[in-house]
Design a protein around this ligand. Structure first.
Ligand code: FES
Length: 127
């Protein structure tokens, strides 16, 4: 029987506004995977919550990842802006660098991390 792997579910698609974003923590131990999922229309992407500038989480409050009035991801620490589709920084102190993409898919109304994504922080995020 084909079942949804609940350990891979980030959220239900209907929990994401359009445009909208949602932070998540998945996995156990000292270094669970911290990321966020972002939606714009039919586009759904996920990224590690780790700014390539100084390594801080992007959001200052829960689920606050989008720039007000613009279809861009905002790092609240020093104002870097990133494309939703690619995670590439288009403005700010890390221009040209990119967020770490986390492969996701939408399956039966759920946003799910792909099987190969480890549920722990990537070891090369600079900690
Ligand atoms: S830590 Fe994100 S812009 Fe500085």
């Amino acid at each position: 029987m084909d079942v949804v792997d609940l350990t891979r579910v980030v959220c239900a698609l209907h929990e994401l506004a359009d445009p909208g974003a949602r932070g998540f923590t998945m996995g156990n131990g000292d270094w669970p995977l911290r990321g966020f999922v972002v939606r714009r229309g039919t586009l759904v992407r996920a990224y590690a919550n780790h700014c390539p500038h100084a390594g801080f989480p992007l959001n200052a409050s829960p689920h606050a990842f989008l720039a007000p009035g613009a279809p861009l991801i905002l790092c609240s620490m020093h104002g870097a802006l990133f494309e939703i589709q690619t995670g590439r920084c288009v403005s700010g102190p890390c221009e040209g660098l990119g967020l770490r993409a986390l492969p996701v898919r939408v399956d039966r109304g759920y946003v799910m991390l792909e099987e190969g994504v480890r549920l722990e922080e990537p070891v090369d995020l600079g900690r």
